[in-house]
Design a binder for this molecule. Structure first.
Ligand SMILES: *Cc1c(COP(=O)(O)O)cnc(C)c1O
Length: 421
């Protein structure tokens, strides 16, 4: 079973909540992202329940799925946001997240982004280098403000996940090295427009092993203690995101409770407020990418292909990380075949599944690429002249279009060219 997955067969047709996916494809076309609001809410509740015993505050990491309606669904539950750019801050504010619940992160913030965050009155900015701390101080000074700053520490823990999504290793670009901390503390003493309010880490994504969090949190707690001795009153300990989800039922994710069971006893006695920044955990299994089978073909070796109307331009994870996504036929089939499910883009890496057992569907039928809610639509592109797909949100029997399909006009709207005579 995929976690908090509200996609299920009613009779012989795959549904989201109370809505049949065939009807959605008929009404909105394909490719189409379908998101279950109830699944988003269930994941948030599961997370909150696991960490209930710990005074904390959860900031949804907007980069996993920045659709305004997704952000708003969490905001309405009291969830804050972790944003990574001016554009994400704009989205969070637009979706109705109050600035006091927004944390601004990012390894390369431009001066205008720092200005925007300070003017908006976000809870904290994370500093990822000494130079950036100085830049925040300078810009806050110009605004005659004092900026609340968390320092992102690189805990030098190599979490075992895909090499492209590990971030807490000393080889990586993220965070401030422990060796630089004395200089950081000295700077906080001397710079008049920054206050040290938090210690932060984020060790990677889709981390199955709680011990990595334990190792990194141990380091953060030691730094918290040391900073107390130096007279700093640090309010927040930010553990970051990275909590895992199930993509492949044969490789079920570690339940979030197992992380809580290890972390709560470590942190609770310190009395520090904790911030979590789950992204993937809250959204991955709440959406599917609905796509139509354009053609079936078989090559001379007997290999079968389903050529579908969605591709790496809508969901790049298989191409980028070789990640697994379940593929289900929307109409249930007893008979199955082994096939590659591939997209229309001119790249060999444009596939959703290889050598996979799938229902023996006909051309024109629909497939659902499961667990497409995190790092799916947000990474979509116009490569190959493709239009970004529509997105709908389902809540019970209610359906809302939450993003319109792009048009050809939008593809070229920012381009300038001399008119033809
Ligand atoms: C990406 C990111 C997250 C969210 O990661 P998930 O694996 O999606 O939970 C949280 N915090 C920071 C700083 C990030 O860069």
């Amino acid at each position: 079973m995929l976690d908090n997955n509200l996609f299920h067969y009613t009779g012989t047709t795959l549904s989201c909540d109370e809505v049949n996916l065939e009807e959605l494809a008929g009404a909105f076309g394909t490719p189409l992202f379908v998101t279950s609001a109830r699944s988003l809410i269930a994941s948030y509740r599961a997370f909150e329940q696991a960490f209930e015993a710990l005074p904390h505050f959860t900031c949804y990491s907007v980069k996993a799925n920045y659709n305004l309606s997704v952000i708003r669904t969490f905001a309405e539950l009291g969830c804050g946001c972790d944003v990574n750019s001016g554009g994400e801050l704009y989205r969070a504010l637009k979706a109705g997240v109050v600035p006091e619940r927004i944390i601004f992160a990012g390894v390369g913030k431009k001066p205008e982004e720092i200005l925007y965050a300070l003017e908006s009155g976000v809870l904290m900015l994370k500093a990822e280098s000494l130079s950036e701390l100085k830049a925040i101080n300078r810009i806050a000074g110009e605004l005659r403000k004092k900026a609340s700053v968390a320092i992102r520490i690189n805990p030098d823990v190599t979490a075992e996940t895909h090499p492209y999504i590990t971030t807490g290793d000393s080889k990586e670009k993220f965070g401030i090295d422990e060796a630089e901390l004395p200089e950081v503390f000295a700077l906080f003493r001397h710079l008049p427009h920054v206050t040290l309010t938090g210690l932060d880490m984020h060790i990677g994504s889709q981390i199955f092993e709680p011990e990595y969090y334990v190792a990194a949190t141990t380091k953060l707690l030691a730094i918290l203690n040391a900073s107390k001795d130096m007279g700093f009153a640090i309010e927040y300990l930010d553990i970051g995101g990275g909590f895992p989800v199930t993509y492949d039922p044969l490789k079920p994710a570690t339940p979030v409770r197992n992380f809580a069971d290890r972390l709560i006893p470590m942190i609770l006695p310190t009395g520090v407020k904790v911030i979590f920044e789950p992204g993937r955990f809250l959204v991955a299994n709440a959406s599917v990418l609905l796509t139509k089978i354009l053609y079936k073909k078989r090559n001379h070796t007997g290999k079968e292909f389903f050529v579908v109307d969605a591709g790496m331009t809508e969901l790049i994870r298989p191409a980028l990380y070789q990640s697994h996504h379940e593929v289900q036929t929307v109409t249930r089939h007893e008979k199955t075949i082994i096939a590659d499910v591939v997209g229309p883009v001119c790249e060999s890496s444009d596939f959703f599944a290889r050598h996979r057992e799938v229902g023996d569907a006909e051309e024109g039928e629909l497939l659902a690429v499961m667990s497409s809610g995190a790092y799916g639509a947000v990474m979509s592109s116009n490569y190959n002249g493709r239009l970004r797909p529509a997105e709908v949100m389902v809540n019970g029997s209610e359906v809302k279009l939450v993003r319109k399909r792009e048009t050809f006009e939008q593809l070229v709207q920012n381009e300038l060219m001399e008119e033809l005579e």
